[in-house]
Ligand binder design. Structure first.
Ligand SMILES: [Zn+2]
Ligand SMILES: [Zn+2]
Length: 240
């Protein structure tokens, strides 16, 4: 019976690639052509922060980038599904700003795929908080939409209210140093008991300089978090 209704549903709403509208096997799936257009991050990459290395480099099973080798990355792990480029930008920006939410499922599925080599059982999945002013203007926090299926996959609590964010001017077009200063002191842990001794996974759509993840890591550790990891759909890859 369930199969009958599934077939009926697929007949009325056929599964199409959310990027090019070609027919695909399952809802939320990309077609092979669109899949190949993305710059997915796979091995070799930095085992700690997920920074992608050139494909032909053989660096052993757990290579570290220069930042992580010198202990600069304070998070336990960071992972991103793909590199920020014209292809990922073309689905990330409409998802973020134009309420085009049809890309959400493929984005969160791609993020779940890149969690698999992190050997941590998460207690809390926390979308990077949005300031209330922005939340009311946009109507939704794009990171929460991505975090919901991830929390379900991890069998963890989706925590959207233990940390709040103060309103600051947009960070667009600023340097790494300016982003770091701009985000300093912007997050406030409102419920320390909820995060104390917990393994926390932060979720965001894009990682630019990492300043937002670092600052959240800082306040959560101060509040007693046991470990802090982060996952984003795409990341800006600077030469290091
Ligand atoms: Zn397609
Ligand atoms: Zn690294």
């Amino acid at each position: 019976m369930v199969k009958f209704f599934n077939n009926l549903f697929n007949f009325i709403y056929p599964a199409v690639c959310p990027v090019c509208n070609d027919f695909v096997e399952r809802h939320g799936m990309l077609c092979a052509k669109c899949w190949n257009d993305f710059n997915w991050i796979s091995n070799p990459k930095c085992f700690k922060c997920g920074y992608p290395f050139p494909a032909d480099l053989d660096l052993g099973p757990r290579p570290l980038c220069p930042h992580c080798a010198t202990g600069e990355c304070e998070l336990d792990f960071i992972r991103s599904a793909c590199v920020y480029d014209d292809v990922s930008k073309n689905i990330m920006l409409p998802f973020k700003h134009a309420s085009n939410l049809k890309y959400g499922r493929l984005m969160s599925h791609a993020m779940i795929n890149c969690l698999k080599d992190m050997d941590i059982k998460f207690d809390i999945v926390m979308p990077v908080p949005l300031a209330y002013k922005r939340l009311f203007k946009r109507g939704y926090n794009q990171a929460t939409l991505l975090a919901r299926p991830i929390a379900k996959y991890c069998n963890a609590i989706l925590d959207v209210d233990s940390v709040s964010r103060k309103y600051r001017q947009d960070m667009g077009h600023k340097t790494t140093k300016e982003r770091k200063i701009n985000v300093k002191g912007v997050f406030v842990v409102k419920n320390k008991d909820a995060v104390k001794d917990k393994n926390i996974l932060l979720v965001d759509d894009v990682m630019t300089s990492g300043a937002t993840f670092y600052e959240l890591n800082h306040v959560l550790r101060k509040a007693g978090a046991k470990s802090v990891c982060a996952v984003s759909f795409c990341r800006v890859v600077h030469a290091i």
